[in-house]
Design a protein around this ligand. Structure first.
Ligand code: KIV
Length: 272
């Protein structure tokens, strides 16, 4: 594997396109705050997504729908302050771009102006194309998101794998072409059959980032709280846990509680 893009000073949408052409996989993770963003960036992650999954993992909501534009901007500002190299993408929250392309543009402009991020991401294909076009016309890079689109959870009622019928698969392929032809710089494909993701990756010229979409895509994304094992209740088949941080944190907190209660902390060297 070539490691040629690990040394770039700043990842841009152009770099991602080059990575696709050269066959170097793109590593993307979510972050929502300064401290995590700084660690991820220091480790060499290519792309940081300030996902609206913040609604779940940061705010404790049961879906991504409640998070507001102001809240996404707050998370976005915190992340951007911690990042030097990674491309930072911010999710446009539910209700800020669907159905009204002028509102979509002003939401995207607020995100870019107030956070200093590099790009926005929004969910959907043909239904949101007018918004995508208008945002792109202002020079704002847009990433699409197809397959399982959590902002539409109430329409589908379930988080099962998407595009498993021929009709749904054909619509997804058409939508991917529409987004690519419109000028999006990349697309996230969430929880779809691996063969379908492979087909889209082959047919569409822009980078395809998968989550539960197999390995024949141009890159992968996971929610940081899931891959570190901070969240415990969410364990879809596609999730690889690299840590069991929830248990480790509990262990440390228990030790701290015991030390405080037994007067072991602070000791002589830990006081003035
Ligand atoms: O909000 C999010 O974290 C996302 C990823 C799951 C792709 O959109």
């Amino acid at each position: 594997m070539t490691a040629s893009y690990r040394n770039v000073q700043k990842v841009t949408t152009h770099v991602l396109q080059e990575m696709k052409l050269q066959g170097e996989k793109i590593a993307m993770l979510t972050a929502y705050d300064f401290s995590f963003a700084k660690i991820l960036d220091g480790a060499g992650i290519d792309v940081i997504l300030v996902g609206d999954s913040a609604s779940n993992v940061m705010a404790g909501h049961t879906s991504t729908l409640p998070i507001t534009l102001n809240e996404m901007i707050y998370h976005g500002c915190s992340v951007v302050r911690g990042v030097k190299r990674a491309l930072v993408i911010i999710d446009m929250p539910f209700g800020t771009y669907q159905g009204n392309s002028k509102e979509a543009l002003s939401s995207a402009i607020r995100i870019m102006k107030e956070t200093g991020a590099d790009a926005v991401k929004l969910e959907g294909g043909k239904e949101v194309l007018e918004s995508v076009d208008r945002i792109l016309s202002a020079g704002i890079p847009v990433m699409g998101h197809l397959g399982l689109t959590p902002q539409s959870i109430h329409k589908f009622g379930t988080y099962v794998v998407r595009a498993s019928t021929e009709d749904e698969a054909n619509k997804l392929v058409d939508d991917a072409h529409l987004l690519s032809n419109a000028g999006c710089f990349g697309i996230v494909l969430e929880k779809i059959p691996a063969k379908l993701a492979e087909r889209v990756t082959r047919e569409v010229k822009i980078p395809i980032i998968g989550i539960g979409a197999g390995k024949e895509v141009d890159g992968q994304v996971l929610v940081i709280h899931d891959m570190l094992g901070i969240t415990q209740e969410f364990s879809p088949r596609f999730l690889r846990r690299y840590h069991n941080l929830s248990e480790e944190i509990k262990g440390s907190v228990t030790a701290y509680i015991n030390d405080v209660k037994s007067l072991d902390f602070p000791n002589e060297r830990e006081q003035y």
